[in-house]
Design a protein around this ligand. Structure first.
Ligand SMILES: Cc1cc2nc3c(=O)[nH]c(=O)nc-3n(C[C@H](O)[C@H](O)[C@H](O)COP(=O)(O)OP(=O)(O)OC[C@H]3O[C@@H](n4cnc5c(N)ncnc54)[C@H](O)[C@@H]3O)c2cc1C
Length: 252
């Protein structure tokens, strides 16, 4: 599994300082704050126009912690990250795309992409039993063989009344129906900080879902580099089997 961070929110400090000049006020910035953290802070401060002599001595980190503690989390929706996640199973992404709020997804299509050479993501549990692993490998090979047979056979025999693009879609649709949940996929995920926190909280600590925990832990690792204050109440621990688990303050 790989998680590539490919885009993130950029704070246009000059644009914001121009606004403050128009207002005849000023802002004491925390020099260590990252782009996302500054956006969250200024969005929060706009609510109360707490600039100039109305600004409390809180640092950016203290300010964000306070916002989160008070449940003023809508402010976190102003910052987003875009990740390209690869080497994960379609079983995983099927669960991921259930997150409706604050997420956007673009996933490899099995209607357009030829899956004849697809990889399969092996669940680590299979390492516990040679018999289970053998059964799994045979099932993957058999599914892939069936996929190729269906594809080739339908390409030769399909009624050619559909235009080529739709004909191809219909053939791939028939062939993909035999592909397993373990089929490797790629997905671009954009999510705002509030949605990511919800995801980490609900998905990061499910003991029986290692693939989900691994992705959650990698997301958290990267997010902590880009916005430590926004995710400071989450931490990653290791379970007895060496796999990661994401815990929020007060959990675990
Ligand atoms: C351990 C576990 C087991 C699960 N098992 C199953 C299962 O067996 N079958 C299954 O189908 N799914 C299952 N799910 C998926 C789960 O039901 C959610 O669909 C998924 O976790 C997305 O969560 P969410 O709805 O909170 O997220 P989002 O869709 O991102 O929503 C975020 C939050 O916004 C609010 N919200 C969103 N939409 C609405 C709405 N329409 N009305 C009111 N408030 C809303 C809620 O507060 C919600 O928590 C499981 C999830 C977990 C973590």
């Amino acid at each position: 599994m790989k998680v590539h961070l490919i885009a993130s929110s950029h704070f246009d400090v000059e644009g914001f300082l121009a606004f403050l000049r128009d207002q005849g006020t000023s802002w004491r910035q925390s020099p260590e704050a990252m782009d996302a953290e500054q956006i969250v802070e200024v969005a929060g401060r706009i609510c109360y126009m707490s600039f100039g002599d109305r600004q409390s001595p809180r640092t950016n980190q203290e300010y964000i912690r306070h916002l989160i503690r008070m449940g003023h989390e809508s402010v976190l929706e102003h910052v987003t990250w875009t990740f390209l996640i690869t080497g994960v199973s379609r079983a995983f992404t099927h669960q991921l795309v259930r997150h409706r709020v604050g997420f956007a997804f673009s996933q490899l299509s099995q209607q357009y992409h030829d899956e004849s050479g697809a990889e399969f993501i092996e669940p680590s549990q299979l390492g516990l039993s040679a018999e289970a692993r053998e059964a799994w490998s045979q099932a993957m090979e058999s599914a892939q063989r069936a996929y190729r047979v269906i594809l080739n056979s339908l390409e030769e025999n399909a009624v050619k009344s559909l235009e080529p693009k739709e004909l191809s879609r219909s053939i791939h649709t028939a062939a993909r129906s035999v592909m397993p949940n373990a089929t490797e996929t790629k997905i671009v995920v954009t999510a705002n900080a509030r949605a990511l926190r919800h995801f980490l909280r609900t998905r990061g600590a499910i003991p029986g879902d290692e693939e989900m925990r691994r992705v959650a832990a990698e997301l958290l690792r990267q997010l902590k580099l880009k916005a430590p204050s926004i995710f400071c109440d989450f931490r990653c621990n290791t379970l007895a089997d060496g796999s990661p688990i994401v815990l929020q303050e007060g959990q675990g």
